[in-house]
Design a protein. Structure first.
Ligand SMILES: Cc1cc2nc3c(=O)[nH]c(=O)nc-3n(C[C@H](O)[C@H](O)[C@H](O)COP(=O)(O)O)c2cc1C
Ligand code: SF4
Ligand code: SF4
Ligand code: SF4
Ligand code: FES
Lengths: 594, 648
């Protein structure tokens, strides 16, 4: 057997082929012969390395793992000479640094621990070998060959892993139910609907480390005795769907999906289903109805999916992040995972940090970290040196927590006790210039728009809530509104069918609790303390600061500003439409809001 | 069995029962809106919320299955507050300011629920939007303002009728009920069965005819059966001051379990628009003139006595008792040359003969259809007649039932069929032989060719039948039209080969004809009606509509008697017209297509001077000097029917 010191993998993705991949292969072989390296270096074909549109045709050189991109056959002579004879990488063809910069996910920040995100941006998601090189599919192999399904479930139970999709149900317990449920076939579903506005944790994992999700699903399938799985992916995530399809294909080719996986009698295969585009389709029973081709609406539970799920068969449904965590739990052990986090919330959690914070983007932190640490250490503090006002966690059904809650540990129980929730991991930081009534109205606008309409409390109740909040923001609030809001919140939470209705009042309830004075100011003084609600603000020009430059008057779209050149200008409040253009254009900070 | 406690009462119910049904069993009332016993639980309105010990939130009793030792509370402050809240929201959603039920507590379940919760006003300011009223349908109106989106109509249309016309458009607060993704009802795929109207709890779907003609408490209600066809669906007739107001399906009737078709629900109301015949009439000097019963009967008796050759015909819509009298009068006593029914035995003669030959019934019960996983429809237009049988098939299609449709006409079922077989006219026998050959893996190409059907289609159909665990066959008029005994025998063979007829079950069903189609055949009223030189003809039309063909055939009859409820072209042609009761005014027995002997109950009195069909036959017999036996009808009825009779 010949021993090669190096292998060159050439991507023969159709697009690379069109760009001359085979000419590259021929040129490589010719050059290796010409330079006497043919016995030492082997040229191989591979399905795909990087994004062929950006990089094709590209090659990967092992064992160095050097990725050369955008090659033409004329480059090969030099490349072979430099890399293999002289032993130096050719800078010119390396992936440019710029393309690697990532505004979603930067290098780990202080206090971050990357478990779920460990491979993101590190391995090539379209190359299963990359995943295998970092112990990928070892956990599946270990499960199948060394562990009984009960032992797998036991490990997950002991690790304390809880669902990352929202409710935080212990994953091991869920698997136990599905495993103990009678009926065949059983199904495995991965919830990749990620409908929370601004959230992209799941998308990032699917795009960057799809095999971790596939491996987690396969392990779950082995544990509960299923042989068919579905990944229900949000339709707005074409890149994730594409990556997943490639990954599934590769896993099948490697015998890691399909019949008799790794030579065992365990078989499991996967299909990607595209979401129906509604937020509520992320709710598990609505999701299953949607896969079945019905209107995506939740139904009452019990029966739970573990007993009667997809097509009335026992089904286990977990979130992307939950599955992506599983392989490492199996591989590194329950104790390792349980060593991170708090008593009841173990491991790490990803969040999409957004809003008025310096470092926005994807983060992964150990459970139990405080909100303060997330905002001021991981997030680098509030933008523009302003003051912190509130943080909204848990997506559109989460609550807003004030500064007094900043030292709250981030775990399932603490967050829900404080009137918010873990949710799937949205985190919006708000500075002092935010109007909390307006924020409540904003979230209510979203949830009432996304209510499926099946049950009365959510369908009608959220609409009534929104109407009252809109009135308050429009300066039409009246005495009694706060009490009506409270009554509506309480009943909608208690009487609604699914989590959407049960959670929809949270932003209102929490802002009423922590920022009641703002509501009162709006209603009784017709004043928006944060100066956000248009109906209640006035633009005025400060006499001392105004130089009479006329720029504001010239830019006002409704000609509400009058004044002679070099004289103080004035704004007619009846004509002003509160567009704020004058404030933006004034160079002397003479325009203020009152 | 599962033991649970509801409001401190101990109840034992079968596993899978919902808390709501368990409470009903314990005679504990829980208010509901979106629930309907005939539909799958929905859990949308949230009115039925109850408290379950150990559960954090309130639970909807209509969806919650009982579990052992469950402890349920159905009434306390928390529950009442929630129920009031739900109603408050509903009243704030659309315009329920409806004077008709609001002030009186009428038939609207929403208003009634509010009264029950002691609501005196609307705590939330209503914020009504305006909606279009869809008044495009012939029989009913969709008034969106009154809709509470309970989706009973949507579920009924899909689950009970299998029509899937109604659905929901948009989501959340913008949801609304639409037909065919937004088509006006009148132009939609709606088949006017009216089941949606029957289940609607409010006035959102209202009957054009009966709306505002009285609350249920002001109406008289009679439980009887539909005589629209041989299915014999259970109905409830609502009337007021002896006027027909509305017909509803009887949820407790075993045959149809609540559903009705257009023929059963709406056509009898349309029939009311015809001119009634109130008095006997005799033709004098070329004109029909009012006469006394005695004069009219005497005129008829005289004519029939002196006519050497006469004929008599009766519709298969009359009760068995009347048919039996008719048969005695004209066949046994008068010995008229032709005595038959309007169906002329088309749907029943051959099957009856075959049953006699076999010495036993060979057809099965209707309920087998719904337990089937593959149904072959052979020459029966279930979109036109016997529609409820069609509903039974359509509604299990989504559960994975496979449909094979064989017929020579175009038919609404064709589009839904998994396999279509279109034999040439008069070639059902070949088609059946082809199927039988294919089922035993013998060559079938020749037969298929004769039938004008692709061999591959026959093979596919045979495969579907043999793969099925519970196949069923429904056959009808188009097959029997030109059939011979051999055709029918081939059909029975198909039944055996496919497993449709077996030891445990028999799922071969013939839809037959009108309500008493089978009874008429038992009395031998099944000959062809060929009149040539008959001098006197008696047509006991009853409340039937004469066909153009019949009118044409009788044009030349020298002496024509028409016994009818309504004036028609035929009565205009007659020499004597006798007024008789219509379906709603008479009692009597009907033998339905699966052999159930059912009772039609009089729901309204006949107008004065109008006699029953039976009374007219008796009167005429007396005038002719005959004596009729009014008791033996049952013995003669059940001798040789093709199905096993079900009597109760
Ligand atoms: C309105 C609504 C939307 C939801 N959307 C999602 C979602 O996008 N992704 C998700 O994983 N779970 C979502 N969930 C939670 C799921 O119902 C379910 O609890 C979850 O998929 C279970 O997975 P886990 O146990 O791994 O968390 C949603 C729930 C509700 C009520
Ligand atoms: S709570 Fe809202 S989203 Fe959930 S079922 Fe009810 S209406 Fe639909
Ligand atoms: S039309 Fe009637 S049955 Fe249909 S959803 Fe509206 S209220 Fe319910
Ligand atoms: S199927 Fe026949 S019996 Fe039933 S409602 Fe229709 S016409 Fe009447
Ligand atoms: S009756 Fe139970 S939710 Fe409507």
């Amino acid at each position: 057997m010949t021993f090669f010191r190096s292998h060159i993998l050439v991507s023969i993705d159709p697009e690379c082929q069109a760009k001359g991949a085979y000419q590259i292969i021929d040129a490589l072989n010719d050059e290796l012969v010409a330079q006497g390296l043919i016995g030492e270096v082997q040229v191989l074909e591979t399905s795909r390395i990087g994004d062929p549109a950006a990089y094709g045709p590209d090659i990967m050189v092992y064992p160095e793992g050097v990725h050369y991109v955008k090659l033409t056959k004329d480059d090969i002579h030099n490349l072979v000479k430099e890399h293999f004879l002289k032993g130096r990488a050719v800078e010119k063809f390396l992936v440019e640094q710029a393309a690697k910069s990532d505004d979603e996910l930067g290098p780990p920040k202080p206090k971050e621990v990357r478990v779920v995100l460990r491979n993101c941006g590190v391995i090539d998601p379209c190359n299963i070998e990359d995943y295998i090189a970092v112990d990928g599919y070892m956990a599946l192999a270990k499960s199948i060959s060394e562990l009984t399904p009960e032992e797998v479930i036991d490990t997950v139970l002991k690790s304390g892993l809880r669902g990352r999709g929202g409710a935080g149900f212990p994953t091991g317990r869920k698997w136990q139910f599905a495993s103990g449920s009678k009926g065949s076939p059983k199904y495995i579903i991965c919830n990749a609907d990620e409908g929370d506005p601004g959230a992209f944790m799941n998308r990032r994992v699917l795009e960057s480390d799809p095999h971790a999700v596939i491996e987690g699903m396969a392990i779950a399938a082995y544990a509960i005795g299923s042989s068919q799985g579905y990944i229900y992916c949000r339709a707005e995530y074409p890149e994730a769907v594409r990556t997943l399809r490639i990954a599934i294909k590769q896993a099948r080719e490697f015998g890691l999906l399909g019949s008799n996986i790794l030579g065992s009698d365990f078989s499991f295969d996967l299909e990607v289903r595209m979401g129906a585009g509604a937020f509520v389709c992320g709710e598990e029973t609505a999701l299953m109805a949607s896969i079945e081709g019905k209107r995506g609406e939740p139904r009452t539970r019990p029966p739970f999916p573990a007993v009667k799920g997809l097509w009335n068969q026992p089904t286990n449904i977990n979130n992307v992040e939950t599955y992506a965590t599983v392989p490492q739990v199996i591989l590194k052990g329950a104790e390792w995972f349980a060593s991170m986090g708090t008593e009841h919330s173990k491991g790490t959690k990803t969040f999409a940090l957004a809003g008025d914070v310096n470092n926005t983007g994807l983060i992964e932190v150990p459970m139990g970290i405080t909100l303060r640490e997330i905002i001021f250490e991981v997030g680098g503090g509030i933008k523009n040196g302003k003051n912190f006002k509130a943080i909204q966690t848990g997506g559109p059904m989460g609550g807003c927590l004030p500064a007094s809650d900043l030292d709250l540990p981030v775990d399932y129980e603490s967050l829900s006790q404080a009137g918010s929730m873990m949710g799937s991991g949205g985190m919006i930081v708000m500075d002092e210039e935010t109007c909390m009534v307006d924020i409540a109205r904003f979230f209510m606008e979203f949830t009432q728009e996304e209510s499926c309409g099946k049950c009365v409390p959510c369908r009608v109740g959220t609409r009534r809530l929104l109407e009252i909040l809109t009135d308050i923001c429009d300066g039409k609030g009246k005495a009694g509104d706060i009490e009506t809001l409270e009554m509506l919140c309480k009943q909608i939470k208690q009487d609604s069918l699914c989590g959407l209705g049960q959670g929809a009042p949270n932003p209102v309830e929490s802002t009423l609790k922590h920022f009641r004075d703002e509501y009162e100011a709006h209603i009784f003084e017709k004043r928006c303390p944060a100066k956000v609600c248009r109906a209640m603000i006035r633009y005025e020009i400060l006499e001392d600061a105004c130089t009479g430059c006329t720029v504001c008057a010239r830019n006002c779209p409704v000609d509400a500003i009058t004044g002679e050149r070099r004289q103080t200008h004035t704004i007619d409040p009846d004509m002003c439409v509160r567009c704020g253009i004058c404030l933006q254009v004034c160079n002397f900070n003479a325009v203020t809001i009152n | 069995m599962v033991n649970i406690t509801i409001d401190e009462k101990k109840v034992q119910v079968p596993e899978g029962t919902t808390v709501l049904r368990a409470a009903e069993q314990a005679e504990i009332h829980i208010p509901t809106l979106c629930d309907h016993p005939a539909l799958t639980p929905f859990g949308g309105c949230r009115l039925c919320l109850v408290e379950v010990q150990g559960a954090r939130t309130l639970q909807t009793s209509c969806t919650l299955p009982v579990t052992e030792n469950m402890v349920v509370t159905t009434d306390n402050d928390r529950i009442r507050e929630a129920r009031k809240f739900v109603l408050t929201l509903l009243f704030s959603e659309r315009n329920h300011f409806c004077p008709y039920c609001q002030v009186s507590g009428g038939d609207c379940e929403l208003q009634n629920a509010a009264y029950e919760q002691d609501m005196t006003h609307w705590p939330l300011q209503p914020n009504w939007k305006t909606f279009d009223v869809d008044a495009s349908h012939e029989y009913f109106i969709l008034e969106q303002s009154r809709c509470i989106l309970c989706r009973r109509c949507v579920r009924a249309c899909g689950e009970l009728v299998g029509n899937f016309t109604l659905g929901v458009e948009e989501r959340g607060a913008d949801s609304s009920i639409v037909a065919d993704l937004g088509t006006p009802l009148g132009e939609s795929s709606c088949i006017s069965c009216g089941v949606c109207v029957q289940v609607c709890p409010t006035g959102a779907l209202i009957d054009r005819r009966s709306a505002y003609l009285g609350h249920d408490v002001e109406l008289d209600k009679t439980e009887t059966i539909c005589v629209g066809c041989s299915v014999g669906c259970g109905i409830e007739v609502y009337s007021r001051d002896n006027h027909l107001v509305r017909i509803e399906g009887n949820w407790d009737a075993t045959v149809n379990r609540g559903v009705l078709c257009k023929t059963g629900r709406y056509l009898p109301l349309d029939a009311e628009n015809q001119d009634r015949v109130y008095t006997p009439m005799v033709r004098k000097d070329g004109k029909l003139k009012a006469a006394t019963w005695n004069d009219a009967i005497k005129t008829i008796a005289d004519q029939f006595k002196k006519s050497p050759k006469s004929a008599a015909m009766v519709p298969t819509r009359l009760p068995a008792e009347s048919l039996h009298l008719f048969k005695q009068l004209f066949k046994d006593q008068l010995q008229a040359a032709t005595v038959t029914s309007i169906e002329e035995g088309l749907n029943t003669k051959l099957p009856t003969q075959l049953a006699a030959e076999l010495g036993s019934p060979f057809e099965g019960a209707l309920e087998e259809i719904e337990k089937s996983d593959c149904v072959l429809v052979l020459g029966a237009d279930l979109a036109k007649d016997h529609e409820v049988v069609g509903f039974f098939i359509k509604r299990i299609l989504p559960l994975g039932m496979e449909l094979i449709w064989a017929g020579s006409d175009n038919n609404a079922f064709e589009q839904q069929a998994h396999q279509v077989l279109k034999p040439k006219a008069e070639s059902y026998a070949d088609l059946l032989q082809a199927l039988n050959a294919a089922l035993v893996d013998k060559p079938c190409a020749e037969f298929a060719k004769n039938a004008g059907v692709e061999e591959s289609a026959v093979k596919k159909a045979a495969q579907m039948l043999s793969k099925a665990n519970f196949p069923a066959i429904v056959y009808g008029e188009d097959l029997l039209k030109n059939a011979s005994m051999n055709t029918l025998k081939a059909l029975v063979e198909l039944g055996h080969l496919s497993g449709t007829i077996g030891e445990q079950r028999n799922a071969l069903v013939s839809v037959k004809g009108k309500a008493n189609s089978m009874a008429a055949a038992q009395y031998g009223l099944d000959q062809p009606f060929n009149i040539s030189d008959e001098q006197a003809v008696f047509i006991a039309l009853g409340d039937d509509c004469p066909s153009q063909k019949l009118i044409k055939r009788l044009e030349k009859a020298p002496f024509l008697v028409v016994q009818a409820s309504y004036s028609s072209q035929l009565t205009a042609q007659a020499d004597v017209v006798l007024p008789v009761e219509n379906w709603a005014e008479q009692d009597g027995s009907y033998l339905n297509l699966e052999g159930q002997l059912q009772n039609a109950v009089k729901s309204m009195p006949a107008p004065e001077g109008v006699l029953s069909n039976a009374a007219v036959f008796e009167k005429l017999a007396a005038a002719l000097g005959y004596k009729l036996d009014s008791t033996g009808w049952k013995d003669n009825l059940l001798k040789q029917i093709p199905v096993s009779a079900i009597l109760d």
